[in-house]
Design a protein. Structure first.
Length: 187
């Protein structure tokens, strides 16, 4: 009488386990890339929405004061808008769009009545720095023209989007290969 040897398969082979683990790793990579892309699109949408709010507030300030927010006659510097950035506040020479920028109390005061609170900005690339200054922290405003009586009659609003996304209607990329958006208006 011969004995039959019955071999029971009690588990997976090492090869089968490695294949399953590699498939799971590949799927998780695809999902993470998709989530990052969705997060970037959501951030860009939020940034563009805030840019629209600033544009409307600047136009409301024009209606209320017969001029765009004015940092001072002849002052063509770019200034940071808002109450700082998420996780902190701007300090002198710390708000940068590839160069240092500061806030201007007159501009923020002119815009404040048109917001429940001035928006905060997000640092888009905190690891990329020029010296100690992060490359981007918010919205930048400049009065770019004056009347003979010293009233601001033109402005420029700039902000940065991730991954060269589309700007809002009425805005443009000042450089052809730039992720900077700009609105330039004059009376």
């Amino acid at each position: 009488m011969s004995k039959k040897i019955i071999k029971k398969n009690l588990g997976f082979t090492l090869i089968e386990l490695l294949v399953v683990i590699s498939i799971i790793g590949l799927l998780s990579t695809v999902i993470l890339v998709s989530l990052k892309s969705a997060k970037d699109k959501a951030n860009n949408s939020t940034i563009n929405s805030i840019a629209m709010e600033y544009t409307k507030a600047i136009e409301f300030a024009l209606d209320a004061n017969d001029e765009y927010p004015n940092p001072g006659v002849g002052d063509v510097n770019m200034y940071c808008l808002g109450e700082g950035y998420v996780g902190g506040a701007y300090t002198d020479n710390q708000c940068g769009l590839n160069v240092t920028r500061v806030q201007n109390a007159a501009i923020n005061s002119a815009l404040a009545p048109f917001f429940s609170h001035l928006p905060k900005s997000e640092i888009l690339n905190p690891s990329s720095t020029l010296g100690a200054t992060p490359v981007w922290k918010g919205f930048h405003y400049r009065c770019s023209g004056w009347t003979a009586t010293g009233q601001c009659n033109a402005f420029q609003l700039r902000w940065v989007l991730k991954n060269y996304a589309d700007c809002i209607a009425g805005a443009s990329h000042p450089l052809a290969t730039s992720n900077i958006c700009s609105i330039d208006r004059s009376l």
